[in-house]
Structures are given as C-alpha cells and as structure tokens.
Design a protein around this ligand. Structure first.
Ligand code: COA
Length: 176
C-alpha cells in the first residue's frame, strides 16, 4: 500500500539492515542514510512510498521520487531504493509490491517509471534496459547496464528531452 510516511524510523532501519546483510555494513549505512534523507527532505508531492506489512512488521519498502526532464512534459518517477527484509526475500513480495506501486503510479497519471538496478529482477515487472540517450540520467552512471525504465501508458518510451533533475536527496554521486 502507499504509505503516508508515518513510519520513517522503521523504513530507515529496514533499508539499513537489508543492505547491511546483502552488501555489507558500509552500504547498509549509506542506503539507510539515503532513505532518511529522501523521507525527510523531499517535498511531499515529489515522493511516493510503498510498503508491505505483516501486521505491525514492515516487510518491504519501495521509494519512488519525481525525476523531471527540463524539456519534456511527461511525468516520470524514479524507484530508489527498494528492499525486502532479508528473511522475507524470494517469496514474491518484491514483485507484488512493485506491481502494486506501478499500477498506483499509472492510476495517478504517471507516464514513465525508471530505476537503476539489476535487470534480472526488475525485468520481471516490466523494466527494460534503456540508454541515457533515451532517458537522460541526472548524474553519471557507473553501471549504465543497470539503467532501466518502462512506459506506464500505451505510448512507447520515446526519447525524453533532458537534462533530467532528481530530488535533492538523490543528488549524490556515490549512489550512481
Ligand atoms: C532484490 C529484492 C528487492 C527482490 O525482492 P524479493 O521479494 O526477494 O523478490 P521476489 O521474491 O519478488 O522475486 C524473486 C525472484 O527474483 C529473482 N531475484 C531476486 N533478486 C534478484 C537479483 N538481485 N537479481 C536477479 N534476480 C533476482 C530471484 O531469483 C527470484 O526468482 P525465482 O522466483 O525464479 O527464484 C530483495 O531480494 C532485496 O531487497 N535484496 C537486497 C537489497 C537489494 O538488492 N535491493 C535492490 C536494489 S535497490
């Protein structure tokens, strides 16, 4: 469900713990800090937070923020970061959460979803690799093969006229 951001501490902890378990302590601290900045510094209209809960326990979270293209009116959201709690992975929770989130974005009139991650996982919910000519990236990409996107409308994903501008919390080179 879309989360009104009433659980910022739990969300930050989920990102910290999950990325510590999968990538190590340094990455866990970085992504926890990123989640904190996104939740505390992003104007409400520019952020959508989707969570999966088991009772009171947070199982997964996906944070989308606006990515603006200076010379293109299409409405795009960038997914970053996303995590499923370590003991809940591999059960379809991540895919279900993203399918729900993408439908909700579509329902509110978004045109395009973009993310930066493993095409092996995100390809399961419709993301396909794109070049930075088609979707200009807001900062230089260290792994351009992870730049993936999808149209949320019937229109094909034709090149977006950049440059693109991400929300301030994502404007740090170490996550790109
Ligand atoms: C990546 C992640 C979000 C996937 O969520 P999940 O709930 O575990 O995934 P699902 O159960 O919905 O889907 C699992 C399927 O995707 C595949 N998959 C999961 N992570 C994958 C990855 N990084 N690369 C390729 N395939 C992956 C699995 O092999 C599995 O396939 P199978 O069902 O055929 O066995 C989750 O494992 C996670 O949080 N990992 C650690 C943090 C991270 O890497 N976050 C994403 C980067 S921002």
């Amino acid at each position: 469900m879309e989360n009104p951001i009433g659980q910022a501490d739990q969300i930050v902890q989920l990102f910290k713990d999950t990325f510590t378990a999968s990538e190590g302590e340094e990455e866990g601290a970085l992504i926890g800090d990123l989640a904190h900045d996104l939740l505390s510094k992003t104007p409400r209209d520019d952020i959508r937070v989707f969570t999966s809960q088991d009772g009171d326990v947070l199982r997964a979270c996906a944070i989308f923020t606006r990515l603006r293209f200076e010379r293109d009116k299409r409405k795009a959201f960038l997914l970053s970061p996303m995590a499923v709690a370590s003991d809940c992975q591999g059960k379809g929770i991540g895919q279900r959460l993203l399918s729900h989130a993408l439908r909700a974005l579509q329902d509110e009139g978004a045109d395009i979803a973009i993310t930066y991650g493993d095409p092996g996982f995100y390809g399961r919910v419709g993301f396909v690799p794109v070049t930075t000519e088609t979707v200009p990236a807001p900062l230089p990409l260290s792994m351009p093969q992870g730049w993936i996107a999808q149209s949320l409308t019937d229109a094909p994903l034709t090149p977006l006229a950049g440059p693109s501008v991400c929300v301030p919390a994502l404007n740090r080179s170490e996550i790109w």
